[in-house]
Design a protein around this ligand. Structure first.
Ligand SMILES: Cc1cc2nc3c(=O)[nH]c(=O)nc-3n(C[C@H](O)[C@H](O)[C@H](O)COP(=O)(O)O)c2cc1C
Length: 325
């Protein structure tokens, strides 16, 4: 995969599932990251072809719990992001999924206590030897690009030093979220410190932080010199941010998301979570729409709420027809 001049959908837990990734791609995202999946969870999975929806599922053995769903449509652009603190485990998890995705990324930025206490996410930033071990193990044993996503360290000099060390592992690109571990999402992203990393590396850098309009893709590239740009919240709130023709009304984007969730039989909890995030940004969950989303138990309920009953019926009938052939 090529990392030059790309618009990238950032990894987002409980949001970056197949329908949301395809939604972002439809509007213009070139590369789409899946939500972070922990290696422990992935290695308990088996790969299953899901004829019913036309997808490839990674399902927790002995259960019907789909941990990761993908399909051939996104094979050349989807990045599987992993949380790990161990090279051997990371490799086992990556080997399971590598034939179905375009690249593997290691999350080195998550500040949540769950990640840190497991030695994953931002905890890795303090362990350059372990980073080196994980990335070189993946690089040597897999044929697809390996990347990682970091946050800023306490000084620009430290970030650059770490980025240089990461570059020596042979990663294909480095995503830099322009905030420190202790920063909150409302703190402005430090684009100038991303620029310091770009200036020091030869490998493509993906700049991330505070992209809320299509024009910001250009602004951050000018400010940082980065090859590519990654957006999280701006895409969550309106995935059509990737469209050069301008954003579509969010009502339209929501309905398209619901249609895609129906088509790909997305997990109802994750679908509701994503819709609630969209609603909370533009409106509030106490209004009728928010309450109705919260009350919905099935995708059919959401189809009804968003006037997509006919589409839902069409998809269900097509599945029955395809299944009976
Ligand atoms: C809902 C949500 C979930 C996130 N999940 C992940 C994740 O799974 N892995 C990761 O590396 N970063 C995750 N992040 C961080 C984003 O990828 C991104 O680095 C951060 O939000 C800054 O980008 P933004 O300013 O465009 O939002 C998440 C952010 C949000 C808002």
């Amino acid at each position: 995969m090529d990392y030059e001049n790309k618009l990238v959908l950032a990894p987002m837990v409980r949001v970056g599932t197949l329908p949301f990734r395809l939604l972002a791609a439809q509007y213009g995202a070139d590369i789409t990251y899946g939500e972070e999946i922990i290696d422990h969870k992935m290695i308990k999975c088996e790969r299953r072809i899901n004829e019913h929806v036309g997808a490839v599922d990674f399902v927790e053995k002995g259960t019907d719990n789909v941990v990761f769903r993908t399909c051939s449509l996104e094979k050349n652009q989807v990045v599987f992001q992993m949380g790990t603190s161990n090279a051997v485990r990371a490799l086992s998890a990556a080997q399971l999924v590598c034939q179905d995705v375009a690249a593997i990324d290691i999350n080195m930025g998550c500040p949540k206590s769950f990640s840190i206490s497991g030695g994953m996410g931002a905890a890795l930033l303090k362990k350059p030897d372990l980073i080196h071990d994980i990335l070189t193990t993946l690089r040597r044993n897999l044929d697809i690009p390996i990347t990682c996503k970091i946050r800023l360290l306490n000084s620009s000099q430290d970030t650059v030093e770490l980025a240089r060390r990461i570059e020596t592992t042979g990663v294909s690109a480095l995503a830099v979220h322009g905030r420190r571990v202790a920063d909150r999402p409302r703190d402005p992203a430090k684009w100038s410190e991303i620029a310091d990393v770009v200036a020091a590396l030869s490998v493509p850098v993906i700049a991330n932080g505070d992209i809320f309009e299509y024009e910001d893709f250009h602004h951050i590239k000018v400010a940082t010199g980065a090859s590519s740009v990654m957006v999280a919240r701006g895409a969550l709130w309106n995935a059509s941010i990737f469209s050069e023709d301008g954003k579509l009304p969010w009502e339209e984007v929501k309905r398209e998301y619901v249609r895609k969730s129906i088509l790909w039989d997305n997990d109802i909890k994750s679908t509701k979570h994503t819709l609630k995030e969209m609603i909370m940004h533009y409106s509030c969950l106490e209004l009728p729409e928010g309450k109705a989303v919260i009350k919905s138990d099935t995708l059919a309920d959401l189809a009804k709420l968003y006037g997509e009953e006919k589409y839902n019926q069409f998809v269900q009938e097509k599945r029955l027809f395809d299944g009976s052939r």
